[in-house]
Design a protein around this ligand. Structure first.
Ligand SMILES: [Zn+2]
Length: 268
């Protein structure tokens, strides 16, 4: 069946073959203080199936919060679902020895990693702190994706810090997770100034009109879709993109084309 708009197609079919969804911001596993119904790899792939999500790039909560688990949790999940999952190598600046080991071993996992993940606000060191440098240098050398948590007003990963990182590591493909939430003008200015910076939509879509501003100011080719799965629901976020006042071409860019371009060098 053919439909006049992507919105009609998604609403009728639930998932649309020629508009697969790439979720470039996920997590995995249980987390303190909240109950997730199905946070394990099988449950998350089930959720992806329901919403037509082709690929999730994630970093396991165990990696980010439990250094003795570390990246083993990512590796294990991707190898169970190699057609559906890829991981960001998690970088926790509180454990420089773990970082050194994981960076040294990074190349052993071309089937698992597409980049690195930094969660500076939670880990308590600014993105530009020397503890992160080995990971940034790896990403800069190899043009890897770097998913960073960014938030307006943060001393660890707010717009001023993102600017320094983007200047210092021009070859890293930096995804601003949450797009400096709240400081939208500064996020827009950064994307305009630095070709290596991208918006990422997780939590952005809780405010109406912001996606339209991003598209209006910078076009739709530097915007990536993400949900923080299992924190948020795919249908809610896909519906927000479908309901925004942008074109279907923009929606194709955001939901899959931009991700396909960034991931083109990987065997998926
Ligand atoms: Zn996240």
């Amino acid at each position: 069946m053919s439909y006049a708009t992507l919105k009609e197609a998604f609403y009728a079919e639930g998932a649309v073959t020629d508009c697969p969804v790439y979720d470039l911001h996920g997590h995995m596993g249980a987390y303190y203080g909240i109950s997730f119904p199905r946070p394990d790899a099988a449950g998350m792939v089930h959720a992806m199936d329901r919403a037509g999500v082709k690929l999730l790039v994630f970093c396991h909560h165990g990696t980010l919060m439990t250094p003795d688990v570390g990246n083993a949790a990512n590796i294990e999940a991707v190898r169970r679902y190699p057609k559906r999952l890829r991981a960001y190598c998690g970088i926790n600046p509180n454990y420089p020895d773990v970082i050194a080991r994981d960076i040294a071993e990074y190349d052993q996992y071309p089937d698992v990693y597409v980049g690195v993940k930094m969660l500076a606000d939670y880990h308590g060191y600014a993105l530009t702190d020397a503890r992160y440098a080995p990971a940034w240098e790896l990403a800069d050398r190899n043009e890897l994706l770097v998913l960073i948590h960014t938030w307006g007003g943060s001393l660890y990963d707010g717009p001023a810090i993102v600017r320094q990182a983007a200047e210092r590591y021009p070859h890293a493909r930096i995804l601003m997770g949450h797009s400096c939430h709240g400081e939208w003008d500064k996020a827009i200015a950064l994307v305009k100034e630095f070709p290596n910076l991208y918006f990422e939509l997780c939590a952005v879509l809780d405010e109406r009109g912001v996606l339209e501003r991003f598209v209006g100011e910078t076009g739709s080719e530097r915007i990536l879709f993400g949900t923080d799965l299992p924190w948020f629901n795919h249908h809610y976020y896909i519906g927000s993109v479908l309901g925004a006042q942008i074109s279907d071409e923009d929606r194709h860019n955001i939901l899959h084309r931009n991700a396909e371009r960034l991931l083109a060098k990987y065997e998926l």
